[in-house]
Design a protein around this ligand. Sequence first.
Ligand code: CA
Ligand code: CA
Length: 466
Amino acid sequence: MREMRLVLACVLLVVGGCSAMLPVLTHVHSKFEYQHSFKGPYVTNSKGDVPFWNHGGSCIPSDDQVRVCPSIKSRRGWIWTTGSFSAKHWMVDITLRVTGRLKTGADGMAIWFTAAPGSEGMAFGNSETWHGLGVILDSFDNNGLHDNPKIMAVTNDGLQRFDHSSDGTGQEIGSCMKDFRNKPNPVKMRIIYLRGTFEVWVHEGMSSVVDDYQLCLRVESPSNLLQEGYFGITAATGGLSDDHDVMLFLTHRLVPLEERAQEVLREVNQAEVDELADKYTSLSDQFDQQREDYLKKHDDVGMGDWQYEIEMEQNVRHIADMQAQLSRELSQLSNKVDSLLAGGVGQAQRSAPDTAAIKSTETVILQQLAQMRALVEGKSGGGVASEQMQPLYDVKTLVQQNAQRLVAVEQRLKDSASHQCPPVNSHPTSCVSPTLFLVVMVMVLGLVLGYQVYRQRQDAVAKKFF
Ligand SMILES: [Ca+2]
Ligand SMILES: [Ca+2]
């Protein structure tokens, strides 16, 4: 039986130990908010004020703590942040002492997060009609239920009054009985509002273990818990009194990593945009300055060079137009050859190898012209390598060969027509004239010549600039 009790005690100890561990905030980024915090030993500045906080009533700040209300009967003290705090998720750590000479103390202390800094009043030193959250350490058992000291969270829409006679029973959103008075070590509280869950954890000060916290209350999606407000601490005494001291008040903004990733992404994107905009402005200014310097140094050139560049672009466009026209002429030529071979002579007089060669050569010519057009259009703004000029010379050679073969075919057709030409029926015979080929040849040679002139001008301009 004794062994069973020992095992049960161990189990309870283990369970109790587990519940006494402060939860680790996983996947959360925290940022310290110094304007909503204070901590000894440098709580006050040279003027005796707490930076970023206003205090009043019987509040007495010193270097290592803020005595919110001293152990003098019927006193109230308060200290509020000067600026508002806005966050969707946050955490506050408080280290405090409530000490008195008697077994029973009064009234208590409260930590607030409200829409506006409070005004001195009956609710533990604050107005009884606050708008927001109050975490109240109620020392005195007004309703005689022997449930004090207790810690409770009460939210208010600004219209309700705190009911002292019932110790706020029915008004709190959560509470726990914790004797926070006269502890050997400071009492620590951690208030967390994260992902819609509100929690209050308490270290009772009975041990020096740093994380010896216990969960006091947890509330999901509490009403009237604002996303922007002012932090404050107030305390009050009545017929009985305690010292209410706060040694540390640290506020952290919390950002869950899933939200933090989006924040960082937005920050990075905006930073990149700003950086690129700055670079663009800088480079644009630099270019304008360089152009201005260049024009000053080359007064004889003036705007002529810029106009010359425009003229070159026009030449390139003209060459492309000529190529298109040449392509159309060759297509017409091909049609005429087909018509001639089909209706002008008999099957016996056709030279099959020559006809196939002509057709093949024409196809290659058209392909080469397309390549050359792409070459001219694509490289009009930059240099052209020598190997990229090769299609141009190929075109010239192929056109010459094609012309020679066509002349040979034409001669054979004329010879055949003069000796054995069948009677003309319904289709008029069409023959390719040497004049047409001369026109084609001139256009091709003109194209080659025009392109080479364009290249020479481009090279000349390049040399001017470099
Ligand atoms: Ca009370
Ligand atoms: Ca009570």
